[in-house]
Write a protein that binds this ligand. Structure first.
Ligand SMILES: Cc1ncc(C[n+]2csc(CCOP(=O)(O)OP(=O)(O)O)c2C)c(N)n1
Ligand SMILES: [Mg+2]
Length: 339
């Protein structure tokens, strides 16, 4: 079965970056923004400033940034419960996102949706989603819409290894394939669904991408901790989809450093090992890109830390903005929601 899958060879950390400096720097900025944003979310959760829970994307940054860098503003994405990384990578504003996290009027959903409902139609972000597998039909619908309107937009459906076992995947992948829709099924395999190893719940043991063969679509596996490899792989498949050649399946091998959600504080004491987490951290996507940029003479270490500093300030500013922002008026509690 694995013979049908293309396995992208991981790039060596010593290999030269072939993309322009500013392009690499922008991917670096986006990844650092996601990480600092998520760290800030953990902090506001601990301070009791955020109602409910959120699912940190820390560790997976290269997947969202590599994919979304290959997209245009008018392309679509559907996201998941672990959605902050996808939203930031597609252009979401951290101050409005942070305001939404704190339930404030300035938030993307006027504070009424929270982490799992953030959407921005103007950026093609069709929404984070609390329903595991909920984006599959939406992305396929967006692909159908692009095809019917005869645009060359594509739709990327982000989902996890756990979501790959939902029935909605079968329906969406089959339909996207028979109608040759411009949809990229982007499976972020971070090895766990909530507190369960994917090996315990998935009939396929090695690559979830093997499922694609059942829908007659190309399948690629790529190192999800290597932003350049993810970008290049996605670009190739986006081009293919724009040209009318139908859907594909990309599996990014990745890892979340934190627990399933902000309240899952100690996964290494329960369902995974410290050795495993430590090993994945040695492949950190942010450190790897910084190292390659410095080694290739694209940036000095001082320039990298200047970028880090400016992003730290931007995220601190977003937190402050959200803290100061007002809650919505009580009188609008039944507005903008289904009642
Ligand atoms: C339809 C549905 N079933 C179950 C849940 C509860 N749930 C939330 S996240 C999650 C795990 C999803 O795992 P995966 O798709 O691998 O995404 P990850 O959390 O690893 O990013 C589950 C079972 C849900 N939100 N929706
Ligand atoms: Mg998972």
């Amino acid at each position: 079965m694995s013979d049908d899958i293309e396995i992208v060879q991981p790039s060596s950390d010593d290999s030269e970056l072939t993309h322009p400096r500013e392009f690499c720097a922008e991917m670096y900025r986006k990844m650092v923004t996601i990480r600092r944003f998520e760290e800030a979310v953990l902090e506001i959760y601990q301070q009791g400033l955020m109602p409910g829970l959120a699912h940190p994307y820390i560790g997976q940054e290269a997947s969202a940034v590599g994919v979304c860098t290959a997209l245009r503003d008018d392309d679509y994405i559907t996201s998941t419960h672990r959605g902050h990384g996808h939203l930031i990578a597609k252009g979401g504003q951290v101050d409005r996102m942070m305001a939404e996290m704190m339930g404030k009027e300035a938030g993307y959903n006027r504070g009424k949706g929270g982490t799992m409902h953030i959407a921005d139609m103007s950026l093609g972000i069709l929404g984070a989603n609390g329903i595991v597998g909920g984006g599959m039909g939406m992305a396929t619908g967006a692909g159908l819409s692009a095809q019917m309107r005869e645009t060359d937009q594509v739709a990327v459906c982000f989902f996890g290894d756990g979501a790959a076992n939902q029935g909605s995947f079968l329906e969406a992948a089959n339909m996207a394939s028979i109608w040759s829709l411009p949809v990229i099924f982007l499976c972020e395999n971070n090895l766990y669904g909530e507190y369960t190893s994917h090996r315990d719940v998935t009939a396929i043991k090695e690559h979830i991408a093997e499922r694609a063969a059942g829908y007659n679509m190309p399948a690629i596996v790529v190192d999800g901790m290597d932003v350049v490899a993810v970008y290049e792989t996605t670009s190739r498949m986006v081009e293919n989809a724009r040209a009318g050649n139908g859907p594909c399946f990309i599996e990014t091998k990745t890892y979340r450093y934190r627990g399933h959600h902000v309240g899952d504080g100690n996964p290494e004491k329960t369902y995974r090992t410290q050795e495993e987490t430590d090993l994945w951290k040695t492949r950190d996507p942010i450190t790897r890109l910084a190292r390659r940029m410095v080694k290739g003479g694209m940036a000095t270490e001082e320039e990298v830390s200047e970028i880090d500093q400016s992003i730290q300030s931007a995220v601190e500013h977003a937190v402050e903005f959200a803290k100061q922002a007002p809650f919505p008026e009580k009188g609008e509690v039944t507005e903008h929601v289904y009642v």
